[in-house]
Design a protein around this ligand. Sequence first.
Ligand SMILES: C[S@@+](CC[C@H](N)C(=O)[O-])C[C@H]1O[C@@H](n2cnc3c(N)ncnc32)[C@H](O)[C@@H]1O
Length: 396
Amino acid sequence: MRGNQLTVASLFAGCGGFDLGFKSEGFRPVAAFDIDPVAVRAFNANIVDVAKVCDLSNTTPQISADVLLAGSPCQGFSTAGKRALEDPRNNLLVRAGEIALTIRPKIFVLENVPAAISGRHGSRWEQVEAMLRAGGYMVERFVAEGLASGVPQLRKRLFLLAWRGQIPVQCDLAPRVSLPLMETIGGIGDASGHDPLPFRQGSREAFIAARIGPGQKLCNVRISPAAVHTWDIPEVFGTIDLSERSVLEAIVRLRRRDRRRDFGDADPVEFERICSHMGRCCHAEVERLISLDYLRRVGNYIDLKHTYNGKFRRLPLVGPSPTVDTHFGDPALFLHPREHRGLTPREAARIQGFHDGFDFGDVKARAFRLIGNAVPPPMAGRLAHFVRDALLPVAA
Ligand SMILES: C[S@@+](CC[C@H](N)C(=O)[O-])C[C@H]1O[C@@H](n2cnc3c(N)ncnc32)[C@H](O)[C@@H]1O
């Protein structure tokens, strides 16, 4: 503590979503480090001018703070990516632990995706926990969900909470209330970073968007109320009759039911299997569906041509948004709940809980990267509240 104010520093700070949440609970940011100059500029412009460009894979900053935060990259752990065990970014989790043990703050908070502890990937997280315990810290895990953390999205994040000393603390964090999604993105007016771009009338995207209702997505690999199939959009993908449609739906089910491989969640289907399932020969339908590009041959098997599973995902009118990630600005992936367009950076920032004054710069792709990478400030604030009131009083 310097003066009366608790201090916080952060590693892999990005634009400072994590830090902003701690600042809102009365902590004073005193240092922040990130390899990305764009992120550092945003941090300095919006939080406080203490961030520095730094490659933490080979540098250990010499700083002191009551609380140290670290949000190391999650791409190597995330189920949205390849989950390569040897992704070099995964080592940064351990680097964060090593740096924490050099700085020895009273409290260390590490953040990542919950998949960081699933399967063999969990060994790095366990290594950090073991290092901290051996270094004189108590260690607990906490998974924060978006809705219970004050943001209307499905985002889940895993936190490691470490405090110096030997006094155990139950890490049950009080929930926060979130505004409904439509209220969160309503009334943006002319806030910066809000430049809605509707699809051009008559374009492929406009036709697709017009068929996808709130909470639905373009998805050929499931039969469910949320899945709109390419064959439900004949103006773009071509008209078929009812009997061809029933063959397509049979293939959607069979490719998931009759598994031959032990990876993926679906396989191409044998022509005879389609016929036996339908109780008749489907040669004519299958041939026409191939000619219309709905189906394709894979060796001796038949498969869907387009195995979309979650394109043009329209946000719901009621209920939380999907997780805001770095691709959230791609209109072929995410649609506004009502309008036929993608989301603007300001809408994404609001769903993440950033205030409208936070400036992510003028380059959209960079803004979406900073926003999608951030710990939602209200989620960070929930952690900060607990750290201040429950952990700091017992930390040695
Ligand atoms: C998940 S983001 C952190 C977001 C941040 N916690 C927030 O709330 O805004 C991970 C960050 O790690 C940074 N990074 C990746 N490799 C790095 C390295 N070797 N040294 C320092 N920062 C690095 C990236 O630039 C990115 O900003």
